[in-house]
Ligand binder design. Structure first.
Ligand SMILES: C[S@@+](CC[C@H](N)C(=O)[O-])C[C@H]1O[C@@H](n2cnc3c(N)ncnc32)[C@H](O)[C@@H]1O
Length: 219
């Protein structure tokens, strides 16, 4: 993880928005592409679309890029004991812990607890884009879950497979340095996951137009 990437998420406008949710944050690139950072929804409770993900979690759950922690909160609230959020943004970790969850300030590429023993890993809210190289991320997560572990991924609504150089923006104003990000649709995810030890077991869409894929570790 580059210093720019780390700093973009761990300090400044995004980190502050964890405590005072701010409207209008997004990831944007030089070509006009943008991805809203929906802090209002992320700082709220898990919604019905999120619950379609939570219902599919099995075993110990690792929420990668947990942000404000609504999924960790919801799983913990359901009495699941072994749920951990990781995020490079210390404010996100504090927010998740204040919501009654467990969280650590770590990059997914750092050494993590219980590697190879997680039952389910989550990459929600576009987090398959972390690091800008989905194959590298899928390979890393493959080593975090146990041999029949599950990975639940939120994917783009269209059949895209894109690598971008983005900045966090507040409205039109860039508030971070440039860092890599990626977006993938279900088909592209399936292709890349198959090369990294995963097999697709389910695809579903929720009300409100969010799209998810379930991958099972296969070797
Ligand atoms: C698109 S946001 C999703 C936010 C989140 N799911 C939520 O509910 O608030 C991406 C999140 O991933 C975190 N992140 C970025 N790179 C990371 C990395 N290498 N390891 C762990 N977390 C990372 C960011 O700090 C940010 O909270």
């Amino acid at each position: 993880m580059t210093a720019h990437e780390h700093q973009a998420w761990s300090s400044g406008t995004y980190a502050q928005a964890m405590h005072v949710p701010q409207h209008g944050l997004s990831l944007r690139d030089a070509e006009g592409w943008h991805f809203p950072l929906d802090l209002e929804r992320w700082c709220a409770r898990a919604d019905e679309a999120d619950r379609t993900v939570l219902r599919r979690c099995t075993g110990r759950v690792l929420d990668i890029g947990c942000g404000a922690g609504r999924l960790v909160e919801a799983l913990t609230g359901r009495g699941r004991r072994q749920v951990l959020g990781i995020d490079v943004c210390p404010s996100a970790v504090i927010t998740t812990v204040c919501r009654g969850g467990s969280a650590m300030s770590r990059s997914v590429f750092d050494p993590l607890p219980d590697e190879g023993r997680w039952g389910t890993a989550l990459l929600i809210d576009g987090n398959i884009g972390i690091g800008g190289d989905p194959r590298r991320l899928l390979r890393r997560v493959r080593n975090l879950v146990h041999r029949e572990g599950l990975l639940l991924v939120e994917v783009a609504s269209t059949d895209v497979d894109e690598r971008r150089r983005v900045r966090i923006h507040a409205g039109q104003r860039p508030v971070s340095a440039v860092f890599p990000w990626a977006t993938v649709g279900a088909a592209a995810l399936n292709r890349q996951a198959a090369l990294e030890g995963w097999t697709e077991v389910e695809r579903w869409s929720s009300a409100g137009g969010r799209h998810f894929v379930a991958l099972r570790a296969c070797r």
